[in-house]
Design a protein around this ligand. Structure first.
Ligand code: SOE
Length: 392
């Protein structure tokens, strides 16, 4: 008998846990054609009171405080890993061994070595996987890819991408886990730089060589009240009130793509006034495309096929039923938001499961992104260009 439902176990109940929970809860409402409907079986987090409250609030049937127990539950088919980066490797390896389908937040790992082990285990277990690079599921970004694939802007010469935030500009902001290399792997580079690397791979193609730099503007911060990791605990144990920031606050890098395009990238948490300003500009031999997430329902498009007197970037409001994902949502002009990208991603994943086809981006894509991250860090350290494929 054909399966009609799939049981989900989610690890993580904070920002990403909430976004993923919303996606599982709403996907069948907006995509009624869904062939495999998600059952929100269990959510997992180390803090019992917090995860119990999240289970009730988000609509999960049960809750766990031990990730390995959740992964091993026979009633869990898909393990969704929305935990901090330091936990990803153990959880992905356990889920692969248990033969579970895997969703994993980005970046997949804290190091390239971890990512290689994780991707190999998922390949060996032959389990489906998805990495939650959610910005691929913005309708305007998916439309940009359709335009590029149709050749409407010709051969791509330039790809410029940016991911600008400012949430740690204040020196009084505490030393949270994302600012500790042991827990996060890197700072802005891995957390938000991974998104624009994935965007580059999605829209333009593979990065061949990179040359980068990283910067840490504020090197010491107040230790958080409830320290959240061994690195921070060690600093607190020494009676310190301030802890060392061990990751980058900002990164910038150049890239040459396999197809000859030139890339310029910037990822920073110190772009004062920018909250989640990520986007790109693409310039081709026959036109261009520009997008920024703070205006996520619009895509700027130029095609030289218009006569010179009519040339100029046109502003496409990407809310038409013919645009990617939109027919599931609202009539033209009724814009969508950040949370819809996760619903779109979960829909694509569940449809891939139902059709037994690979989802994208998968753990091998996550490995490719991790190799670019590593190449940028090596380049910044050695002040030289680094070829990505030499690291894989
Ligand atoms: C923090 O920088 C963060 O939550 C990222 O981790 C997410 O991937 C991004 O979508 C929003 O900002």
């Amino acid at each position: 008998m054909r399966r009609t439902h799939v049981n989900i176990g989610l690890i993580g109940y904070a920002f990403m846990g909430k976004a993923h929970s919303h996606a599982f809860k709403d996907v069948a409402m907006f995509f009624p054609e869904l062939r495999l409907r998600p059952v929100m079986k269990a959510i997992c987090g180390r803090n019992e009171a917090a995860v119990k409250a999240a289970a009730e609030r988000y609509g999960w049937e049960s809750w766990e405080t031990d990730a390995m127990k959740l992964i091993s539950r026979p009633d869990i088919d898909v393990v969704d890993i929305a935990s901090p980066g330091w936990a990803h490797k153990e959880q992905v390896l356990a889920a692969a061994r248990a033969g579970k389908a895997i969703i994993c937040e980005k970046p997949i790992a804290n190091t390239l070595a971890e990512a290689k082990e994780m991707a190999a285990a998922v390949r060996k277990a032959r389990v489906p996987s998805l990495v939650m690079f959610n910005y691929r599921r913005v309708p305007a970004v998916a439309l940009a890819r359709e335009i590029i694939r149709a050749g409407e802007i010709g051969e791509i010469r330039h790809f410029r991408a940016f991911y600008l935030q400012d949430w740690i500009v204040d020196p009084a902001f505490p030393l949270v886990w994302r600012l500790d290399r042991e827990q996060a792997g890197s700072g802005a580079l891995g957390d938000i730089g991974s998104h624009i690397i994935d965007m580059a791979r999605f829209l333009v193609g593979e990065l061949d060589e990179v040359c980068g730099m990283t910067r840490t503007f504020i090197r010491e911060r107040p230790l958080p009240a409830a320290d959240s990791g061994s690195g921070l605990r060690r600093q607190a144990a020494r009676g310190r009130k301030m802890g060392k920031v061990t990751v980058d606050d900002a990164a910038a890098w150049l890239a040459s793509f396999d197809n000859g395009a030139v890339g310029t990238f910037e990822a920073t948490r110190f772009a004062t006034g920018r909250k989640n300003f990520n986007g790109f500009e693409i310039y081709g031999s026959r036109g261009g495309l520009c997008f920024n997430f703070e205006d996520m329902n619009r895509l700027q498009f130029l095609s030289l096929k218009d006569g010179a007197a009519r040339q100029g970037f046109r502003d496409i409001l990407v809310t038409d039923a013919t645009h990617p994902y939109i027919k599931a949502w609202w009539p033209a002009g009724h814009i969508i938001g950040y949370e819809h990208t996760f619903v779109n991603a979960v829909y694509d994943f569940l449809e891939a499961l139902a059709s037994k086809k690979p989802a994208s981006p998968d753990m091998d894509d996550g490995l490719r992104v991790q190799a670019v991250l590593e190449a940028i860090e090596i380049s910044a350290r050695n002040r030289e260009w680094v070829r990505v494929r030499d690291l894989l």
